[in-house]
Write a protein that binds this ligand. Structure first.
Ligand SMILES: [Zn+2]
Ligand SMILES: [Zn+2]
Length: 371
């Protein structure tokens, strides 16, 4: 199923305000309410999707997270618990790092100035995820303005004059019914200061779009869905305020041999029917570069799983390794020489039925059914 954008679902532009979103939702919900369509499945699914979209967009915090991370913001990445207290954060932590400033009792001043968090999608091979790796990534984002060193002013004398709108508080108060609402000052954008002669390069923001290269450390054992926080490497803040954080979202490339379930590596291994009957061994190229020999016991069945302990993936932020599992697929020959056929015919002539006990019992039950 194609995932539809929440804004598209409700038919509103990305910048739509709360009232517009609410109105669009009401209209759509009325249109595709299941009661009106005699339980038509498509309409029901659409109704659900619309509700899901509205649930997120009506809530400013969820909406900001969605704008930032897309639906990934609401998926459970916290199931992996990779770095303990280290570089990793589950969703709730991402939430608090984005929105923490809103809740900060020090107020709006900091909030308006902090740089936004950034997302970077990183694709890794199984081998890279196994060993861990340093990657150099290129980012195009707001960085500290070089000519003014992030201060936003053309000369030192024009820097940091107290904003007259808010008196340097960085926020203004407005009455809304019974409530007094505080919001960021529109003149100084929450910084509490104005600049009479702004820097030409950044127009007083103290930050400008820059290309930069960044070396990031990827620990061993990361998997699809692992998020790594690189503190302070997001967008630069306004006029020297704190920078946002950078979040690396790990995606795994397909591997030609191994599928992965957590720390377990699984390989589908076709073996000839003679090897399955007589036993033998196969060699797999291990993820660590060493060969792994899998012993095949005589009489192995198709679908049987042979486990090789400690030959799987590394454990994220832990010790040891998972297992390697060889899933046996017994292959029936399709191209045989006349001599091979002759030998097999000879084998069949000597069969008593005891060679394959499962088949014997199966056909025995069939015979019983026919009486
Ligand atoms: Zn102000
Ligand atoms: Zn500047």
């Amino acid at each position: 199923m194609v995932e539809q954008d929440y804004y598209e679902l409700l038919g509103v532009p990305r910048g739509a305000d709360e009232a517009a979103i609410k109105a669009a939702y009401r209209r759509m919900a009325k249109e595709c309410h299941p009661d009106r369509h005699n339980g038509c499945r498509d309409q029901e699914a659409r109704f659900k999707a619309i509700n899901e979209a509205y649930d997120v967009l009506k809530d400013p915090q969820k909406r900001a997270a969605y704008d930032h991370f897309g639906k990934a913001a609401f998926q459970n990445g916290a199931a992996h618990d990779p770095f303990g207290g280290g570089g990793f954060e589950g969703f709730s932590d991402i939430f608090s790092s984005i929105f923490g400033d809103f809740m900060d009792p020090r107020g709006a001043r900091q909030n308006a100035a902090r740089g936004a968090d950034l997302r970077y999608d990183l694709e890794l091979t199984l081998e890279e995820a196994f060993t861990g790796i340093e990657k150099t990534i290129a980012i195009d984002a707001l960085g500290t303005c070089e000519p003014c060193h992030g201060r936003g002013c053309a000369t030192a004398e024009t820097c940091a004059q107290t904003c007259s709108t808010c008196g340097g508080m960085g926020k203004v108060r407005a009455h809304q019914g019974f409530f007094v609402v505080e919001r960021g000052c529109p003149t100084c954008r929450g910084s509490g200061e104005v600049i009479s002669d702004p820097c030409r390069n950044c127009q007083g923001e103290g930050r400008a779009i820059q290309k930069r290269k960044l070396a990031v450390q990827i620990p061993a054992g990361v998997d699809d869905g692992t998020r790594i926080r690189v503190a302070g490497e997001g967008e630069a803040g306004v006029r020297g305020a704190a920078a946002g954080d950078l979040y690396l979202f790990v995606h795994m490339k397909r591997h030609p041999i191994f599928a992965r379930e957590g720390t377990t590596l699984i390989a589908e291994c076709p073996v000839s029917f003679t090897t399955a009957a007589l036993g033998g061994a196969i060699e797999l190229p291990g993820v660590d570069g060493h060969k792994v020999e899998i012993k095949i016991p005589a009489g192995v069945q198709s679908g049987e799983q042979l486990r090789h302990r400690g030959a799987g993936m590394s454990v994220l932020n832990g010790r040891g390794r998972g297992d390697l599992v060889a899933r046996i697929l017994v292959e029936t020959p399709t191209r045989m020489s006349a001599r091979q056929k002759e030998l097999l015919e000879e084998f069949r002539a000597t069969e008593t039925g005891d060679e394959c006990p499962a088949a014997k019992s199966f056909f025995g039950r069939i015979r019983e059914m026919f009486g």
